[in-house]
Design a protein around this ligand. Sequence first.
Ligand code: ADP
Ligand code: MG
Ligand code: MG
Length: 211
Amino acid sequence: SFKLDTNDYIAYMMETKEVIGGQKDYITELDATTGDGDHWANLYMGFEKITGMSEDLKTLNISDLLKKIGMTMFSAIGGSSGALYGSGYVAAAKAIQNENDLTINSLYTMLDAMLKAIMERGKTQPGQKTMVDSLYNALVCYRKGLEANKDEKDIIEMFINGAKEGAENTKNMEAARGRASYRTDKGVGHLDPGAVTMALQLECLGNYILH
Ligand code: ADP
Ligand code: MG
Ligand code: MG
């Protein structure tokens, strides 16, 4: 069974920074279509800041690491996503305060706390065409796997597929939050950029666990 410690989480953040880095034009275009075009730059700046501090971060326990990531995202990422990820990571840190590492159960606890904090901060429900949709759907699938007592590998695969599916589902949704909600077409027919980048991060996390 897997255990992610501080060094693992930092390594995952480094891998994710590279993956997001490679999607600059695609993500920028998504936000330019239904928003203001800065989502990639906002998020990537946050990842650069965090991965640039990795030597200092290595001394923290997993909960303090997540808290530091949240506080850095708050301050480094502009736009809505900074406050949302910031709140999400700070709540995630609190939810696993007494854990030494992330296991199949504590990872779920941590991500569920993140989801709830983002929903609270954004006053957002699933189905409103936001980053919430990929995390929510990923966790619905994760929970199904846990409840069915599946192998960890299968649960993580369900989680990854749930994240991707959650992002894809935003294409046909009408935006009720974020900039796309100000459009007359409510962004229908276009993927939500924040849902796509959330899914990318969750997919990287799942792949880090599987490989
Ligand atoms: P901004 O819209 O301020 O330029 P970004 O471009 O960085 O911020 O992020 C936009 C993304 O943030 C959207 O695609 C959406 O997924 C997410 N988002 C915006 N508002 C909310 C909200 N209230 N709740 C959840 N997610 C939101
Ligand atoms: Mg934007
Ligand atoms: Mg903006």
